[in-house]
Design a protein around this ligand. Structure first.
Ligand code: NDP
Length: 272
């Protein structure tokens, strides 16, 4: 029987996940079909129940806007969802959905692969949505010495900061904090609007790292701004590939070899 998987979101047409999983399935000789499923928030629960009843489904990756709903509807929770408070993987097992989160560890794995040191760092996170929560969970797990979260709507940052023992504020506050930080992560979707979330003229600490979770275009406005300020920069493709590799492990119980993961990232870099 051909096993099935999908990334479920709205919108989802431009997802790179089918390309990743299809390539890995071919390389590993797995009879596995992976697709992008556009499902609205209103029909998420019904689609989940129908898929759980089909034994060919191994599980889903879940992307915006469904990560909280996936957690709420799951029959069982893996410990990885506790801190981020959201699920980006649902494993289907005997008609039950088991919620996992691979975003937090995927973020950390991508940092390690790129040689970005997190332990002991003073970190700033921009944004207060699901991605920011996963990044904060990862940063806390990896032993940052200070964490701060800044958002366009500062009230949302306050709530997130409370969960992770972080400082919070507005994006204008972020601009003031940057000269003292070792690592700044853009977890906003400002890039979709072709903009950096930070004001023009903001100062970075030369030699620090700037990471953007967005990967379209490869050189985002935030990364261009940060590089001009003397930082080292990293885009979001690494996190995408690493969280997918962790999903593969959940689906098949198999750790992908490092060369398969690195090759997948090169393939996506070339495709963008
Ligand atoms: P959410 O919708 O949950 O949160 C969006 C965040 O972006 C909010 O904090 C919002 O602020 C902020 N924001 C939106 N537009 C602007 C703007 N113009 N200026 C400043 N801030 C803005 O999204 P997610 O947390 O799920 O995703 C955030 C980003 O991370 C996306 O670009 C997504 O593609 C990327 N991502 C990448 C992953 C990867 O594997 N590389 C994995 C997951 C996400 P406010 O609260 O004020 O509205």
């Amino acid at each position: 029987m051909t096993l099935r998987g999908a990334v479920v979101g709205d919108p989802v047409a431009h997802s790179l996940s089918p390309r990743l999983f299809t390539a890995w399935a071919k390389q590993r000789g797995r009879d596995f079909q992976y697709e992008a499923l556009n499902v609205s928030a209103e029909s998420f629960e019904e689609t989940l129940l129908l898929s759980l009843a089909e034994s060919s489904w191994l599980g889903w990756n879940v992307t915006a806007p469904h990560k909280e709903q996936a957690l709420a509807l799951a029959d069982e929770l893996d410990g990885s969802v506790d801190q981020p408070g959201a699920a980006n993987v649902l494993l289907f097992r005997e008609g039950r959905a088991v919620a996992h989160n691979t975003d937090a560890q995927g973020f950390l794995d991508s940092m390690q692969a790129a040689g970005v040191s997190v332990f002991g760092a003073r970190a700033v996170v921009l944004g207060a949505g699901g991605a920011a929560a996963a990044v904060l969970a990862g940063l806390r797990r990896a032993g940052v010495v200070e964490a701060a979260v800044y958002n366009r709507e500062p009230g949302r940052a306050v709530e997130l900061a409370r969960r992770f023992g972080a400082v919070s504020g507005s994006l204008a506050d972020a601009a003031r904090a940057l000269p003292e930080c070792d690592l700044v992560v853009n977890a906003t979707s400002a890039g979709f609007a072709g903009a950096s979330p930070l004001p023009v003229g903001v100062r970075f600490r030369p030699g620090s790292w700037a990471v953007d979770l967005s990967y379209r275009p490869r050189e985002t406005p935030f990364l261009i701004q940060a590089q001009a300020g003397g930082t080292r920069v990293l885009g979001g493709l690494g996190m995408l590939v690493r969280q997918a590799a962790l999903t593969w492990k959940i689906f098949f119980g198999e750790t992908l070899p490092e060369d398969a993961v690195a090759a997948a990232q090169h393939d996506l870099e070339a495709a963008l």
